[in-house]
Design a protein around this ligand. Sequence first.
Ligand code: 5GP
Length: 181
Amino acid sequence: MGKIVIISGPSGSGKTTVCKLLENDARVKKSVSVTTRPPRQNENNGESYHFVSTAEFKDMIQKGELAEYAEYCGHFYGTPVKALQEAISKEIFYLLEIEVQGALQIMEKFPEAISIFLLPPDKKTLSQRLVKRNTNKKQDMAVRLKTADKELEYKDRYDHCVVNDDLEETINIIRKILKLV
Ligand code: 5GP
């Protein structure tokens, strides 16, 4: 049986980079979410996300095609259930890089899931990372920073909290948690 691994953390905590590095291990695979958010410049459909319209997203909810879903900063995000079921039938670690509302739904449905909350070293670093990314509009960035505060309130619901200061160290800690080393 495979294992579901939830990775959450505020925007700018480094989740995407961490997941990419964890995926260097052949035993680790990341779920591709469905979203109504427009693609960023470097994002390809089917790789970063499956980009869909709101109508398509709602249709997927109706048909029970999402294991969880949530609205985040004005857009919908969800985890396709079919790919998740396929993944857990194999001996792999299936990463769900999702926000807290969706994470709580997965924890309830799959209590055996391993949950990890990534923390930025401090608030200043978080906003610096968001500015550096430079892909979010100013208004969107403000919303994301405000949302970060709310998300941090949920960190104790997770099995593990990891401060993502030094990337290499973060990866080592998570690999140890998952017993990949
Ligand atoms: P972004 O727009 O920066 O790619 O993602 C915004 C937030 O949505 C991030 O916290 C990301 O982890 C989360 N997210 C991405 N995919 C999913 C998903 O399938 N479900 C949920 N609940 N959140 C997701």
